[in-house]
Write a protein that binds this ligand. Structure first.
Ligand SMILES: Nc1ncnc2c1ncn2[C@@H]1O[C@H](COP(=O)(O)OP(=O)(O)OP(=O)(O)O)[C@@H](O)[C@H]1O
Length: 289
């Protein structure tokens, strides 16, 4: 099977010339990527670069079969877990691909356990009831994410960080082949950041799920993603090992930030520096190379 010029073979995600237009603007521009099964790829880039839109395109949230919806116009080639999300029914796609959204919508009156159970919906037959397997999957997720004590609480009353773990739980309960994470740890304290990302990493290593995670924390993104894709102005401007992508000059150009990039024990650490102490500094716009 090929997408564009690439032979995708066993790829979990492949796209060629993927372009998304929204509200008259091109917000994802000519993106070509191939992501192998079992990879963890971190997507980084400044606000508005197009990260969420890319994840939504892969999740099939932007356009129904045919290509156009209020969400945007998606052109180019794309396959995710063996299917084109634009031409595959949402329920079928949801058995293979789960998205943890940046801004979750929480139905009124729903408990934590019920919200996590929603992840089983694509697996439960229409007009059927949850099986023992479904209940087991939910119980396992509640345990692994340290959510058992919160199970009967109203989801709408949780703290931002608690809710973020519950929403990840819903995505994990889907038991997807491809897990799309949009800022999965933005509301978490440092302990829960590690707990949650370590858990996703163990699922990747043990069960071979593919992880594509949009993350703002460059150090965490580099620590968990063996590969990093950097976006700016709707385009992919760098794709490779974190130590290559996170060049201080590039971070300065793309983010308009002054940073120092250190290597510590095989991982890359990005430190903000104060005026005068930094290595670089300049404008954020027009950063695409
Ligand atoms: N429904 C929409 N209609 C029009 N423009 C949109 C819509 N959704 C997003 N955009 C625009 O698309 C661009 C990319 O947005 P996107 O949310 O993908 O960026 P991002 O890289 O995820 O940003 P952030 O880091 O701030 O979450 C932004 O300029 C945004 O304003």
């Amino acid at each position: 099977m090929t997408v564009g010029d690439a032979v995708i073979g066993d790829a979990a995600i492949a796209c060629a010339g993927l372009t998304v237009a929204r509200g008259g603007a091109t917000v994802v521009d000519d993106v070509t990527l191939t992501i192998g099964r079992g990879e963890w790829v971190s997507v980084v880039g400044p606000n508005g670069a197009g990260k969420t839109t890319l994840l939504h395109a892969f999740a099939g949230l932007l356009s129904p079969a045919g290509g156009t919806s209020a969400g945007g116009t998606v052109t180019g080639e794309m396959t995710v877990a063996g299917a084109d999300p634009r031409r595959t029914r949402r329920r079928v796609m949801a058995r293979k691909v789960a998205l943890m959204p940046q801004r979750p919508v929480v139905p009124e009156g729903i408990t934590v356990a019920e919200l996590v159970s929603l992840g089983r919906t694509p697996h439960v037959p229409r007009f059927g009831v949850e099986s023992a397997t479904d209940k087991d999957a939910v119980a396992r997720v509640l345990r692994r994410l340290d959510l058992e004590e919160l199970a009967s609480r109203q989801a709408a009353q949780l703290s931002g960080g608690e809710l973020q773990r519950v929403v990840l739980g819903r995505a994990l309960a889907q038991q997807p082949e491809v897990l799309l994470l949009d800022e999965p740890t933005s509301a978490l304290d440092i302990g829960h950041q590690q707990q949650v990302l370590d858990m996703v990493e163990s699922l990747r290593a043990d069960e071979g799920i593919t992880v594509l995670a949009a993350m703002h924390d460059l150090t965490l993104a580099a620590h968990y993603g063996r590969r990093m894709v950097m976006m700016a102005d709707a385009r992919v401007i760098a794709d490779g090992a974190p130590e290559d992508v996170l060049a201080p000059a590039r971070i300065g150009r793309v983010y308009g930030a002054r940073v120092e990039v250190l290597r510590r024990g095989g991982t890359v650490v990005v430190l903000p520096t104060s005026l005068g102490a930094g290595t670089v500094g300049c404008a954020a716009r027009g950063a695409a190379e």
